[in-house]
Write a protein that binds this ligand. Structure first.
Ligand code: AMP
Ligand code: MG
Length: 541
């Protein structure tokens, strides 16, 4: 420990982002090791034979810190800024680039809604630098909404406050739920309007702009590989694969055909776990295009996501997807596999044996199947779930569809259902807060299911308190419901940060009882059912 400089040790004092000592931890491996676009201009264009373009954030009128995630700051060893304006906020708002930072926009392509879209790339995201955190982990700091890049196509490179709040809040909430995700350090208001046509109905309006600083070991996507293979840039493909393996999967060893195969298998495994975790907490990503799929198995690019309120496998929060429902809750496992098949195609020049690719895709199916069964067992509080319980699970899903039942509240309160066969008549009562509508048929259906459930749990013979505690560790009480995020956005628009700060601090303990915050654990109020942003929303951001 003594050999490590003090400022690099875990537990050492946090440094100001602008402190020159911090720059000794910057280590821009992506820029150093991968081929760059030789042009340094930001006009939109197809970029060839490169993994990224050098860019500069475009300055904004009046950057002001709106929110800060202390735990992410601590992870990075960066101190919360002393005030809401000043040099640190200038950096996080894109007005100041520090020595040692090498801002870039990554090049990638993607399949959008099932179709190859060609080059996409970071049209408004810019990585400032990578740094080695005090825990020894490499992390990248990326501004979203910092201006135009060669990948902006016809768009403005900016982000609105509402979508930035949603990304900041939800990525942190997901982390605390235990779901693999990118994180967020800061939310900065730009003091500049951004024009958006929120309903895509020709009525564009000015909205406040904002910039999130996102944090992850890497933001490389499936689409980062797809663009290279689709353009027959096979040298670049190998370089990017070798870079990702040596930097982010070092445990796999020196890249070779065999290592590429094991790497893809590991990507499949991680993706399976990520999607199983989404299904556990009722998260619907909303835009599972291959450009929004992380090569590290993290949830990335929070846009028109949502949380399942009424349990409905066909529900999508994305109004742009309302017709096809490609990205609805129940199809997420299948779509992730479809995306992995696109990645398999992109990696096939490196993994010539089809059998290896097929084996990895099978790994996805197997790991997803195992995880999802175990997760359902945990959610139901069963000690040892087996195939014999499949009918019980299927029947529950059917029962939950009969009347609109809040997923989060149902599973949370299921822990309170008495499973002693003597108290049969009371089974239903603890679940009442989960129902959006009273429906006698649904009641009968669910009561029948609850009797079978109670018998099954009773057979486990576990003390009720133990079962309840186990269930409460996997069934969250607090999730970042869209209407709650919208209330935080509305308050912030009026200059009130307290709603967002309170929500963030409650979502940092999603499995705990927090009696003073009971109002944040209720089902969605009826006024929010059809209000823009409160249930469903468009891609406009
Ligand atoms: P998304 O749907 O947010 O994943 O974005 C898809 C593609 O559109 C990515 O290449 C983004 O960088 C790009 N994009 C989205 N919004 C903007 C914007 N306001 N300015 C520039 N590019 C954007
Ligand atoms: Mg995206």
């Amino acid at each position: 420990m003594n050999d490590i400089p003090r400022h690099l040790q875990t537990g050492s004092p946090l440094l100001d982002l602008c402190d020159p000592q911090l720059a000794s931890r910057f280590d821009n491996s992506f820029v150093r090791e991968l081929p760059a676009d030789p042009l340094r201009q930001d006009f939109p264009r197809p970029v060839r034979n490169a993994c990224f373009s050098h860019v500069r954030p475009a300055a904004v009128a009046a950057p002001e810190l709106l929110a800060w995630a202390d735990s992410v700051g601590e992870l990075l060893g960066i101190a919360r800024p002393q005030s809401v304006t000043g040099p640190v906020v200038d950096v996080l708002g894109g007005n100041l680039v520090l020595p040692g930072m090498q801002p870039y926009a990554a090049r990638y392509g993607g399949h959008q809604f099932g179709n190859w879209a060609g080059q996409l790339g970071d049209g408004r995201a810019m990585t400032l630098m990578e740094m080695i955190s005090p825990d020894g982990q490499r992390r990248e700091l990326q501004l979203k909404g910092a201006g135009r890049t060669p990948y902006s196509r016809r768009a403005d490179g900016r982000a609105v406050l509402r979508s930035s709040v949603r990304e900041f809040l939800c990525s942190e909430a997901m982390h605390y739920l235990g779901v693999p995700t990118t994180r967020a350090l800061s939310l900065v208001g730009t003091g500049e309007p951004v024009e958006r046509d929120m309903f895509y109905d020709g009525n564009a309006e000015d909205e406040p702009g904002a910039i999130v600083c996102r944090v992850a070991p890497s933001f490389v996507r499936f689409g980062s590989f797809e663009i290279l293979t689709s353009n027959d840039e096979l040298d670049e493909l190998k370089r990017l694969a070798d870079y990702v393996i040596t930097t982010h999967y070092p445990e796999l060893g020196t890249p070779s055909p065999e290592v590429y195969a094991r790497w893809f298998d590991e990507i499949c495994r991680r993706t399976a776990i990520m999607v199983a975790e989404w299904m556990r907490v009722g998260f619907v990503h909303g835009v599972m295009n291959t450009d929004n799929m992380s090569i590290l198995g993290l949830t990335i690019d929070y846009g028109p996501y949502g949380w399942l309120e009424g349990y409905d496998l066909g529900w999508t929060p994305n109004t742009t997807d309302a017709q096809g429902r490609r990205y609805c809750y129940g199809r997420q496992p299948e779509i992730a596999q479809w995306n992995l098949l696109r990645l398999a195609g992109a990696l096939s020049p490196l993994i010539p044996d089809r059998a290896d690719l097929e084996a990895a895709i099978n790994t996805y199916g197997r790991v997803y199947g195992e995880c999802s069964r175990r997760i359902m067992g945990d959610k139901l509080g069963l000690l040892d779930i087996t195939e014999d319980d499949d009918a019980l699970v299927e029947d529950l899903i059917e029962a939950l569809h009969v009347a609109e039942t809040d997923m989060t509240l149902f599973f949370r309160h299921l822990a309170d259902v008495p499973v002693d066969p003597a108290t049969n008549s009371l089974l239903y009562a603890p679940l009442r807060p989960a129902f959006y509508a009273d429906d006698a048929d649904a009641g009968a259906h669910l009561s029948a299911w609850l009797r079978r459930y109670a018998e099954r749990v009773h057979r486990d013979g576990e003390a009720p308190g133990m079962r309840r505690a186990r269930m409460n560790r996997v069934n969250p009480k607090y999730v970042a419901r869209n209407y709650l995020a919208q209330l935080a956005i509305d308050a912030l628009t009026m200059g009130d940060r307290s709603v967002l700060n309170r929500l963030l601090s409650v979502l940092e303990h999603p499995y705990d009882e927090q009696p003073e915050h009971e109002d944040l654990a209720l089902r969605r109020p009826e006024w929010a059912r059809h209000k823009a942003g409160c249930s469903a929303l468009s891609c406009s951001s």
